[in-house]
Design a protein around this ligand. Sequence first.
Ligand code: ZN
Length: 261
Amino acid sequence: MSQPSAMVRKIIELLQAHPNGLTSGEIRAKLGIDAEEQAQLDRRRREIRQWYHLEVEQVGNRAVYKLGERKAVVGSSAINLRVRAQVLNAARGRCQMCGRTVEHDHVKLAVDHKIPRDWGGSDELDNLWALCEDCNSGKKNLFATEDQNLMRQVMCHRSVHMRIGELLRINLGKPVPAKLLEFVANQDDWKKRTRELRYLGWEILVSKTKSPSGRVNSQYTAVRTVEWPEDPTAWIREYERNREAANTQSRKSKLGLDDQM
Ligand SMILES: [Zn+2]
């Protein structure tokens, strides 16, 4: 398991020194960090869960964070049995990637980390799923080609646009498999999120290749990247609102002209 960063260690030490818990504002104040850095600090605080249980207690209108026990360090082959059973039970005998089943397709299911532990993925239920052996090994091969340290940096961005963008940026001019982008985005609308980067000035090419077995695979290649605005997702939503308003305006003025004719 990777080690906590210096900032994460500081927050852990602070919480250890305050067993009654601290609010996120108190953590920031005690570390002498500017209010502007609160979001950044909250992300670091969330990372603690990779190593420690972190409880949140509502005291009046304050959310107080209390450090719990250190999590057991286990290899991916040793996810605790109860959790493993829960994941397999939730999958109902179906591979969660290709949909083949134990009953009809005689696949064998294994519990796998959606986001690999080497990339900072947790052992929590929402990061685990059941995959058949083909999907599992296909995914491992795909992931093995990436630099693990760079991928950890990509995955620590909370913004889906930044995770997609940073993956494309570290592969500038090189095609990135669609599957990998989908994993990094970790949402069904990952294609739309990728297209939205173009509003920010990114140029991304899509290409398709056919594997020997006849399967069509898509790749995305960034040929031009742009530095991030402060909040890329908010920026993109704002851009869409403005565009929508401009479209409405132009429809209205067209109607206005028609009226005069
Ligand atoms: Zn499968």
